[in-house]
Design a protein around this ligand. Sequence first.
Ligand SMILES: *[C@@H]1O[C@H](CO)[C@@H](O)[C@H](O)[C@H]1NC(C)=O
Ligand SMILES: *[C@@H]1O[C@H](CO)[C@@H](O)[C@H](O)[C@H]1NC(C)=O
Length: 317
Amino acid sequence: MHKLLCFATKRTRCLTLSVSLIICLFIFSQPSIQRHIFGVCACGQCVADIFYDAWFRMHYDPNIELLLTKKNSILSDALYRWWQKLQYKSRVNYKAVSEMLFGIFPNEEDYSDAGPGRCRTCAVVGNSGNLNGSHYGVLIDAHDLVIRINKGPTEGFERDVGLKTTHRMIYPESAVDMDNSTYLVLIPFKTLDLQWLISVFTTKHIDRTYIPVKPTIKANRNKVMVLHPSFLKYVQEHWLQKHGRYPSTGFITLIFALHICDQVSVFGFGADKDGNWHHYFEHKKHPRNAGNHGGSYEYLIALKLHEKQGIRLYKGW
Ligand SMILES: *[C@@H]1O[C@H](CO)[C@@H](O)[C@H](O)[C@H]1NC(C)=O
Ligand SMILES: *[C@@H]1O[C@H](CO)[C@@H](O)[C@H](O)[C@H]1NC(C)=O
């Protein structure tokens, strides 16, 4: 009798142990639990930490196409129609142009290396007048990536905006020369922009879109990237709920950074302390944010992201 009892206990113990082991294995295989234990990235605070927030999840699509590549260059009819209506219709054969694009520029840049071992910090530097007098230069340069927008210069403004530029987001009408080490990221508002990009590095014959543009700029052709049109649609529809005709370059850049970085610091967005919208490198002041963009709505979204610690918004001076 005693022996039998003992045997039964052993079996129960063994069973308990096996069941515990199975439960443990199950728990550790759950990505959400792994994140809690091991962290989503190697920074203290990660963009991915706010995946738990319902508002964020409503806006953020982790599977959206970021960059145009050979593999994802075929666009759905709906996307193509949306893109064609965005800015300015031109009779350009998209298929031919996109094929030529990948003959000239590399398309292997891949930012999908997020994980518990990575801590990529990014500074998105807008062009607001609120940078004037901010002394943010050293802080901005301390980030792994420093992403600047359109013509935003560094020379002569280093104390406030820093001097490092790893990425510059442009479109033909806002293009400027850049260093050999800077990535040129084209935001294609229209098909003609892709054709212009090709022309810049080859024939240099396109000197006009809807306004005169630079037929060529100094830039490294091995460091050229093109945002995917579906990313633009995503920003306009998911993030801005179609406020404004299309999103500003600054806001597109902010959302791009949310997708490729583990920590995002945002500088030079919004009005200056007197409520004026102007550039830190220009004196002309606009009383309101002019143009096609839902500027103040974009700023509200940026504030909300800051509140939820998805980004850190530096409000300037
Ligand atoms: C720029 O960098 C590329 C490599 O990415 C190199 O081949 C080229 O010679 C460099 N050009 C200049 C002007 O430094
Ligand atoms: C920047 O601030 C200084 C000091 O207030 C002022 O003199 C200068 O005009 C400002 N620059 C621009 C571009 O607004």
